[in-house]
Design a protein around this ligand. Structure first.
Ligand SMILES: Cc1ncc(C[n+]2csc(CCOP(=O)(O)OP(=O)(O)O)c2C)c(N)n1
Ligand SMILES: [Mg+2]
Length: 652
């Protein structure tokens, strides 16, 4: 092997070894094993510009095997990204260092996505590759024409999400997607033969991928494979046979090099074996210059691209821009005029109908429930294998991949992805929802059939603890609108909040309109607001959301007949309410001592509003299979029961 290649690859190896040793924690094995592949990729193929990490037409490099984060940090430092200095590498895994334990997404850094939960990066990469194809159709291939490379390990490929995402990628013929599989046959517990005997070639070929097997330490083989994929007709997996911990006499090829420092004695031996006489964190200028030259190449590439971009800038800006406010204003007026009972999933469809009638960057979809989630409108054009001139994705029954792919779509550029499933199956999306929130990505989860109100499908399909769980995810807006007007307002907020993902929790059953007057103010933006009071002076506050707001209103009127006066607060978004000023929250929360809440779900997340003295009406058991009115009765969610129990509360 050529000395220059070895020197370049060894920079990655030793920065990783030394950073992990200094931090006394981390994963040296993967960067040591994949250094050769990464070097050939960055040196010869990857189109990127360290001076402008967010260049629109850069190749995307996703490190799905996020535990090998030092591989990425080393490459970014060596090629000249400002985001990663040698100092930050020395602070690997320390508080506030950009070199966090696992890569954490930040724009303009070269870290394309947050990884660590294995397999997520693969779905993100599929999202990037879809986004590239769609944008290419919109802007032309002189502007967008890039590859997405994803480095995945044995662990990523054992995860269920990899099967979902790769199967869809093969179906769609995402020819610009390349996986570099770190096929080292080792994971934490030992050899992967403990748990896997998949025939990889057959597995991936059956998905419609090209499978290339190489020696991941042979520069020529790596080069040849990467050269071949430049003209691929389908997604390609380059299966790189590597040795984990390459270069370590006692730990290579063993799980002992996976996730702990090699130790000073072993590091000495690795230096000998790999012929690296330099001190920890010391990269000789000559080799560093070589790496910097590699980074510089991208600057020229972008400059060339910029000439074409400048000529087309106006058109591009127009394609990438969104303006939803005007359209939704009209829709709000129509909703008041029509004043009809509708399921909020239907109201959502009507909203989407006007949104999708115009050109924008919304990319819709559903996990095989388009007709139930009401996510597809007559204006949508479906994305098909090799045909990306559309804006709707049939994800198939692949909720987890759908969510991870939507993260990729959102991260890629200006796309606003939304995707549907039943709220109960948010559990199948959860790891990716959590990452949308952590990465501050505008991903919109349209989750219908949001309670026992779905009826006969029974407890397996009726969400109970899902709302409380989702609401406890930081930086996630869970919207549960109560009628058509609230649904439009919640959509408006979901679209506007560019750094917060949203869950729209929508009903299957019809709901009577609550808002009957048009207002220019988006009331849902307060998270909670008053919809009714039965007297100027009240001594009971009733909180409710979504389908239970009407029940709250009925209860309030019933109590008024017995001279118990109350106000009803619709609370479509707890997170937004919690962010309001103390005085606004005080007005809502502290007007009466007596407080109750009504929501057909787990009562956990209402306690903070009603307190230990209040009553939280909900369901803290699994649901039932029956017509929905009977289930509401069964769980005591009726105006009569709630009014009676509230009276008792007031007497105490
Ligand atoms: C979803 C998920 N489950 C478990 C883990 C913990 N974990 C981190 S790395 C790893 C083993 C990965 O094996 P492999 O991808 O082969 O990496 P290698 O040991 O080859 O570096 C596990 C189980 C994780 N990060 N994510
Ligand atoms: Mg492995």
């Amino acid at each position: 092997m050529n000395k220059q290649h070895n020197d370049l690859a060894n920079c990655i190896r030793f920065l990783s070894i030394d950073a992990v040793q200094k931090a006394n924690s981390g994963h040296p094995g993967m960067p040591m094993g994949m250094a050769d592949v990464a070097t050939v990729l960055f040196k010869n193929f990857l189109r990127f510009n360290p001076k402008n990490p967010d260049w629109l037409n850069r190749d995307r490099f996703v490190l799905s095997a996020g535990h090998g984060s030092m591989l990425l940090y080393s490459l970014l430092y060596l090629t000249g990204y400002k985001s990663i200095s040698l100092n930050s590498i020395k602070k690997f895994r320390q508080l506030n260092s950009i070199c966090a334990g696992h890569p954490e997404y930040h724009s303009k850094t070269g870290i394309e996505t947050t990884t660590g939960p294995l397999g997520q990066g693969i779905a993100n990469a599929v999202g990037f590759a879809i986004a590239e194809e769609i944008l290419k159709r919109k802007l032309g291939k002189e502007i967008i024409n890039h590859k997405t490379y994803v480095l995945a390990g044995d662990g990523c490929l054992m995860e269920g999400i990899s099967h979902e995402a790769m199967s869809l990628a093969g179906h769609l013929k995402l020819k610009n997607l390349v996986m570099l599989f770190d096929n080292n046959s080792i994971s934490i517990d030992g050899p992967t033969s403990l748990a896997v005997s998949d025939n990889f070639k057959k597995r991936f070929e059956s998905y419609g991928w090209e499978y290339i097997l190489i020696n991941g330490h042979n520069e020529k083989e790596i080069f040849k494979a990467l050269k071949k994929v430049q003209n691929a007709k389908k997604p390609t997996i380059i299966s790189c046979k590597t040795k984990i911990g390459y270069g370590s006499p006692n730990k290579s090829g063993k799980s002992s090099s996976h996730g702990s420092p090699l130790g000073l004695d072993e590091i000495k031996l690795v230096r000998k074996v790999l012929n690296w006489s330099h001190k920890p964190f010391q990269i000789p200028n000559k080799i560093l210059d070589e790496w910097k030259k590699i980074g510089k190449k991208g600057e020229l590439l972008e400059n060339k691209w910029n000439k074409i971009y400048k000529k087309k800038k106006k058109k591009i800006d127009k394609v990438l821009k969104n303006n939803f406010t005007k359209i939704l204003k009209k829709e709000k007026q129509i909703s008041i005029r029509e004043n009809k009972s509708l399921a909020t999933r239907k109201s959502s469809e009507l909203t989407l109908n006007v949104l999708t009638d115009k050109n924008n960057t919304l990319i819709g979809g559903s996990a095989d429930l388009a007709g139930s989630n009401n996510t597809k409108t007559k204006h949508h054009k479906i994305i098909k294998p090799g045909e990306f001139n559309g804006n709707y994705i049939h994800y198939g029954v692949r909720e987890h991949a759908m969510s991870g792919i939507m993260n990729g779509l959102a991260l890629h550029s200006n796309f606003i992805p939304y995707g549907g499933t039943f709220l109960i199956f948010s559990d199948y999306c959860k790891p990716s929802i959590r990452l949308s929130a952590m990465m501050q990505q505008r991903v919109i989860y349209v989750m219908t059939h949001d309670s026992i109100g779905l009826g006969e499908d029974g407890p397996t399909h009726q969400p109970i603890e899902q709302l409380s769980g989702l609401r406890s995810i930081p930086n996630l807006n869970v919207f549960r609108p109560a009628d058509r007007m609230e649904t439009i307002e919640c959509w408006e907020l979901a679209l506007k909040k560019s750094k917060t993902p949203s869950v729209l929790s929508l009903t299957r059953q019809n709901l009577k309109p609550i808002r009957t007057k048009y207002s220019n103010i988006n009331k849902c933006s307060f998270g909670a607001y008053e919809v009714l009071r039965t007297n100027k002076k009240i001594n009971l506050t009733i909180f409710a959301s979504g389908s239970e707001v009407n029940l709250a209103i009925e209860t309030s009127h019933k109590l008024a007949k017995d001279k118990i006066y109350s106000k009803v607060i619709s609370m479509p978004c707890q997170n937004l309410f919690d962010q309001q000023s103390e005085s606004y929250k005080g007005k809502i929360l502290r007007e009466s001592k007596n407080k109750i809440s009504i929501e057909a779900a787990s009562t956990d997340c209402w306690r903070k509003y009603v307190g230990t003295d209040g009553l939280a009406f909900g369901i803290d058991a699994f649901g039932k299979s029956a017509p929905y009115n009977d289930i509401y009765k069964h769980f005591g969610l009726t105006a009569t029961n709630i009014a009676n129990k509230s009276k008792k509360l007031m007497r105490n």
